[in-house]
Structure formats: C-alpha cells, structure tokens
Design a protein around this ligand. Structure first.
Ligand code: MOS
Length: 759
C-alpha cells in the first residue's frame, strides 16, 4: 500500500519493496565489520601527531611498554616493510607513519595490547618529541602553494571551455561577478573507522567497512607486498560511508602488519576524533564566477574558477566544472580549477563530491543573475534549458529538468511567490522562497554478478557490490526477481565480500546501474539456457516452440500460445539441480580489458560527460525558510524536491535516498562546518557534540516527487542512480530563500545567524 515512505510507482518505476535486510538491521543482526568475531584478538589504539608540520625527533616508548598487557608498538622505526601505494583511486594518501609530519592527527604509532583499555592507556604514554614548523591551515594562510589542476590531477585533464568568454560578457546586458566559499565537512558516519585483520597461514582476512572490497584487497596487497590472491576483504554492511570508506587509508596496512607480527588477529576501532584526521573529508573551496545574459534572459557567458584545499603531498581535487559547465545553454564557457596545498590530511570523496560545491556556487549565481534581470528564477532556467552540451555539442541522453521544476514548483505553490525580497513577512517571521537545480552525472562501471536459479524458483545473486544503507541488497534482488519471474522473497543477495565476483567502488552512485546491468545479463543467460532446453527437446509441452518467445514466470516456462512447462521439469531435462550463470557487463566506451582491470581494481567509471551522449540525473528543489526578524534565527519549514533519474528500481529506497540528500543539503546550508584552529591547523569540533548536523527539530516538511523518465542510452538497466543527486543544489536553494526573506545575499556556507544580523 502506498504511503509517504513508499510512493506508488509511476511509469518506469519499481515497487516500493521493503528492504531485504530491514529485519537484520532493526534487530541488530546485521554484521558490521567490527562485529565479526575473531579468536583471541589483540587490540590496537592509534597514537596521532599533536603537530601539523615538522618531524619526529625522538620517540620514548618505555612508559608505554611498561603498561601491563602491551604487546608491541609500531612506529616509523619498525614498519619500513610497508610499501608506498600511489595516490589515486586505490589509495587516499601516500602518507606514511613518519618521521615527517604532514598534518595534525597523523598516525605516528600503533599500540597493541591484550585489551582495548591497556592499548588506550599505553597510547597516552607514548612520548613523541617533534621539531615543529608553522603550518599553513587553509585559505589566507602564508606558505600555501597552488597548482593548476589540469597539470597535476588525474580527474581533470582539460578544463571545459568554449568560445570567447570575455567578448561574450562584454556584450551581456546584465552580468554578475561574485565569489563563493564552502567549508570543510567531515563524514561522521555512525559506524567508526574500524579494521580487523586475521591471518590464516599466508591468507589475510580484513574486516573493514568498505565501499570497495576489491579495491581494498588489491591496494592492501600492494601495501604489504603480497599477492592479491592472499587477501580477502569482508564488509557485508557499512554503517554509513558517503565516500570515506572507498579507498585504502593508512590504518589498514598497519593493522595487517600488526596481526602478522603478533601472529594473532588485531582489532582497531579508531575514535571519533581520530576519524577526522585518519580518513578523508570534503575539502574547503572558493569560487569566482562571472555570468552574463542578454536582457531576455539568454545566457551568453559563464566563467568559473575554483580553488580547492588539498594536502601537501597529494593533488586531490573534485573539479566540479566538468559538470557545471554542461548544465545550461551558457554560450561561452571558461573554467579553471586550482589545487591549494596546505598542511592538512588529504581530502577525499564525500557525497556528490564535484557537484556539491560547484553547483552551490553556480546555482547561487544563477539566482543572483535572475534577480538582476528581474526574472523569475524558474523561468530563467527554462530560457536556458538545453538538450546539448554547450562545451562539446554532445546531446543529453535524456534530460527532464524542467519537468522537475514544473512538478516541484506546482506542489510548492511557487506561483504565489512575491519576488520582492522581504515582502512575504508574517508577524515576526520573514518568509523566503528559493529554488535551485540538482544534478548528478550518471556513472556506470564494469560489473560482474553470479546468479543461481533453483528448480523451485529460489534465486541467489552474488556480487562484490556494497550496501551502504542505500538499499543495494533490495534493488539488486528486485532486478533478479523481475528477470527470473519470481517474487522478491525468493531471492537472496550476497554482497560486500571480495571472494564474490567483482564490482566497482560503491561511489559515484553507479551501483544500481552497473550491478543491475550485470544481473540482467546473467538472468538472460539462465532464461536462454532453460528456453533452449525446453524447446529443443523431442517431447514436452514446449517442444518446437521459438525459444526467444518463451517467458519464465511463476516457476514455469510459457510459450505465447499458452503451452507451459514447470521449471522443475526443464531442470530435469537438463539433468541439473541448479543453474548458475556468471556475467560480465562492460559499459559502452570502456577499454577492451575492462573486466581484467575490474579484477585488479584499476578500472574507471564512465558516463556523465564522458560518453557519446551526456548522461545526467536532474532535479529541482524548492525551499521555504523563515527568518526571525529580531533574532535572525533561520528555520526551514518546508522543502519540495522533484527528481528524474531514469528507471527507479524501488520507489521506497529512491525516495529515502532523495529525502536524506535534501536533509543533508539543509545541513550544508545552515549547520555543517569543520572549524579549524589556524594557528596549529587543527580541527576544533572533532566530535558529534560540536560538529553541527540537523536533528529532527531542524527538519520539518520534506516532500519528494519522483518524476518518470525513460532512458535506454545510459545502460541496459536504464538506471541513472540517485544516491548523490538530492544533496546537490539544496544549499543554494536555502541560500536563495534566505536572500528572498532578508534581501541579504550570503555567498558562503554555512549561513549562520551572525551572517544575517542587520547593521
Ligand atoms: Mo560517493 S562520495 O561517490 O561514495
């Protein structure tokens, strides 16, 4: 039965099936990495640096070693056998244990003890002497260095550009020139960063929450200098990830080495504050945008320069101009991305990495220009809607942006908006309505899956894809159930284990599209095998029928004329008690050795701007804010988002992802920011009490509208993926609403009371 949490499917949408793993999760039976029991484990506790830049000059371990139960202490002096792993898709950082210190909170030692308490006690007794230098914490600090991202980053080889921006902007009737800023954000998944390692002879098993079990297996093997065949990574459930659990971080090799040295399993659960510095985070950014239009609202030029903080050693960047430059019919385009190296840990992927900061800046600029043009912001986007990439001229595979604006705007009541800032006052509260575009590139990766069908219609699906809380088990099961004509309850799905057939990182919202495409292929092979057996037999109800016309449904094969054979009879013909097919799906445009690369975790995702056509999921978000006229407190009483993302496998999980994304958008707009003590480049609010995120009282009405869209270009499943769609543009929509409420244009996130105090 349809309800708000389980919207009735519209065209090209699957049933809102409850999660296959729902019961396991609510009863505490779902096993997260650190829940796996290992026999007689030793416990690890990390010692992290108290300076951000400099060098370890001395280590005094005597007092720590004297703590009863302490077994061993790893430092840079005894871990030289760990190999360097290059920065990139496999590894977040090239950093080692020392003696050089690159950032505050860098791992400098690992204490191993019989108990967690002994390890923690001893960790506090490790005496480290440093030769400290003055760090450069962030923008504005002395001593930063800057690189053109196209020269040092794998992510952006050429900055999108088209036409003559200077000439176009000079000829514009109206233009804006503005700078925007976004803060550092940390993931803070409820599940901490944990690693358990156990060796059995020469085989290493790693239990670690992972968005990429094959990646972790291959990169850890590299780190240890062993064969990847010796490593298995187990991670069936991840308690929140958002990008921080997709790559090798420095802790894993250390814990594997510790387990080897002690000849005993080792368990690490890093503390919440350590998670801020031993894992990745969303980097702080700055933007300079110039945007010009003719008096009729037609855009003529868009210039976007971005600056992104990274560490000293690694050139991480997100380069969101790759996506922002395609969003509207801009006319001329010029972009540039700069990497700014500071004394910080290397940032990394965080939900919708490129588009969150860059689309925030662009969508705020769009609102500013619409206001200057005295044009409705929705109409402004309609005038500049396009089915063609302004940079490459490639067509969009599908694009339903204005349908989203129309549906969300209608539900929101946008046409009742008085465009004058500050005009919608009700007593003590200033009301403001704002909107913005959500956009996310449709990524698709090479994927494999193994599907087994039993004569009674039971199905098992296996793939080393990942469940991050998104509903992967369920939607993958739904695809198999649908393709084999059985109810979802007849399927079991196994994910998150590197002994299963490989899948790409659960990142870039590619899992549903990629893994479901592989599952479809395996199911097609099973159907074909059965249909051939039934139709080519000398006798039986389907003998002589066209195998291409036979349908598998309800544990039977049926021909168009109604002739039918029970599945168990077809199995008998084949003389087997199970049929299992392994399938490899490689998207259009990948290299011929893509599957081999997938096994080695070397492959890349395609899609977005990379293919023959532009592939993007889109949405429109409308936000109401109210600002107290006296206290300037900002609330978000309601929000409506409409989204189109190709085929939706499950309206319940889709809506859940989209709603969660919009809530994160409110968080980005009004709450979240990692504060940095600039004197010592240290994160100040590295705990869940001081790191602000919205609670229930901050979130009032959130309405999600699923807009039907059909797209056969993106992948065989027709899925665009939407895990990272809805938190894009949200912050701009809130910010635009704050402008409408107050007349104050705040060009940085988060927007705080102090930003909108009146003079
Ligand atoms: Mo996501 S940041 O692509 O895990």
């Amino acid at each position: 039965m349809a309800n708000a949490a389980a919207p009735a499917p519209r065209a090209n949408m699957g049933e809102p099936a409850p999660r296959l793993d729902a019961r396991l999760k609510v009863t505490g039976e779902a096993r997260y990495a650190s829940d796996f029991p290992v026999s007689n484990p030793a416990f690890a506790y990390l010692v992290t640096s108290t300076i951000a830049k400099g060098r370890i000059t001395a280590l005094d371990l005597a007092e720590a070693r004297a703590v009863p139960g302490v077994l061993e202490i790893l430092t840079h002096e005894n871990t030289g056998d760990l190999k360097a792993v290059a920065f990139g898709s496999a590894s977040t950082s090239t950093q080692q244990l020392g003696p050089e210190i690159d950032h505050d909170g860098q791992i400098v030692a690992v204490v191993l003890a019989d108990t967690f308490e002994a390890a923690r006690d001893a960790a506090r007794r490790v005496r480290v002497t440093y030769a400290a230098a003055t760090p450069s914490a962030t923008f504005g600090a002395q001593g930063l260095t800057e690189d053109d991202a196209t020269k040092v980053s794998e992510r952006i080889k050429e900055a999108p550009a088209a036409g003559d921006v200077e000439a176009a902007l000079a000829a514009a009737d109206v233009a804006i020139d503005a700078e925007y800023a976004t803060p550092t954000q940390h993931h803070n998944p409820i599940e901490l960063f944990t690693t358990t390692c156990a060796w059995h002879d020469n085989r290493l098993t790693i239990y670690e929450p992972s968005q990429f079990v094959y990646g972790l297996k291959n990169s850890t093997a590299k780190k240890l200098g062993i064969d990847p065949g010796q490593v298995r990574v187990v991670s069936p459930f991840v308690g929140g990830a958002f990008g921080a659990k997709g790559q090798l971080t420095p802790r894993t090799g250390l814990i594997a080495l510790a387990a080897k040295r002690l000849n005993r399993p080792v368990k690490l659960v890093a503390s919440r504050d350590q998670g801020f510095t031993i894992a990745t985070y969303r980097a702080e950014t700055r933007h300079h945008i110039r945007l010009g239009a003719k008096a009729d609202g037609k855009l003529v030029g868009y210039s976007h320069q971005g600056w992104e903080i990274s560490s000293r050693r690694d050139p991480y960047c997100v380069a969101g101009v790759e996506d922002s430059a395609r969003l509207y019919a801009f006319g001329a385009v010029r972009t540039k991305v700069n990497i700014v190296h500071a004394d910080r840990n290397t940032p990394g992927f965080m939900r919708s990495p490129p588009v969150v900061p860059y689309i925030y800046a662009l969508e705020t600029a769009m609102d500013e220009l619409a206001a200057k043009l005295r044009m409705d912001p929705v109409e402004f986007r309609r005038v500049n809607d396009t089915m063609t990439d302004p940079v490459s001229g490639k067509p969009y595979s599908s694009r339903s942006l204005m349908q989203c604006y129309d549906e969300a705007g209608g539900a929101f009541g946008w046409k009742r908006r008085d465009p004058r800032p500050g005009s919608m006052r009700d007593d003590d509260w200033l009301f403001g309505w704002g909107c913005a575009t959500a956009v996310y590139p449709t990524h698709v990766a090479t994927a494999t899956a193994r599907v087994r069908l039993m004569p009674d219609g039971k199905v098992r699906v296996q793939s080393a894809a990942h469940e991050l809380g998104t509903g992967a088990y369920t939607v993958i099961g739904q695809m198999a159930a649908q393709e084999l004509g059985v109810p979802l309850a007849a399927t079991t799905v196994e994910l998150g284990d590197s002994d299963l057939p490989p899948a790409m990182v659960a990142g870039g919202s590619n899992t549903t599209a990629s893994t479901c495409s592989a599952v479809m292929k395996a199911c097609a092979a099973i159907r074909e095998k059965l249909a051939r057996a039934a139709t080519t037999a000398n006798d039986g109800p389907l003998a002589g029928r066209d195998p291409g016309q036979v349908v598998l449904k309800d544990v039977a094969l049926t021909a168009p004329d109604g002739a039918t054979e029970k599945l168990e009879d077809t199995f008998r013909r084949l003389g087997v008690s199970a049929i299992e097919e392994y399938a490899e799906y490689a998207p259009e445009g990948v290299k011929p050795d893509a599957v081999k690369s997938l096994y080695a975790s070397k492959g890349a995702m395609t899609g977005g701007p990379k293919g023959r056509k532009l592939m993007y999921a889109m949405g429109a978000e409308f936000v109401e804010v109210r600002v107290n006229a006296a206290t300037r407190e900002i609330r978000v009483p309601r929000m409506v988002g409409a989204f189109a993302a190709g085929r939706l496998m499950n309206t319940r999980t889709a809506r859940s992802q989209l709603m969660g994304g919009m809530i994160w958008g409110i968080s980005a707009a009004l709450h979240e920011s990692t504060e940095i003590d600039k004197r010592n480049a240290r994160y100040v609010n590295d705990n869940l009490a001081d790191y602000m995120v919205p609670v229930n009282a901050d979130i009032e009405e959130v309405q999600v509208i699923l807009v039907p869209e059909e797209d056969h270009d993106v992948n065989p499943a027709g899925v665009k993926g939407l895990g990272e769609l809805a938190n894009v543009g949200t912050a701009a929509a809130v910010s635009n609403a704050v402008y409408h409420a107050t007349g104050m244009r705040i060009r940085k996130l988060p927007i705080r009371i102090e930003d909108i105090l009146q003079a």
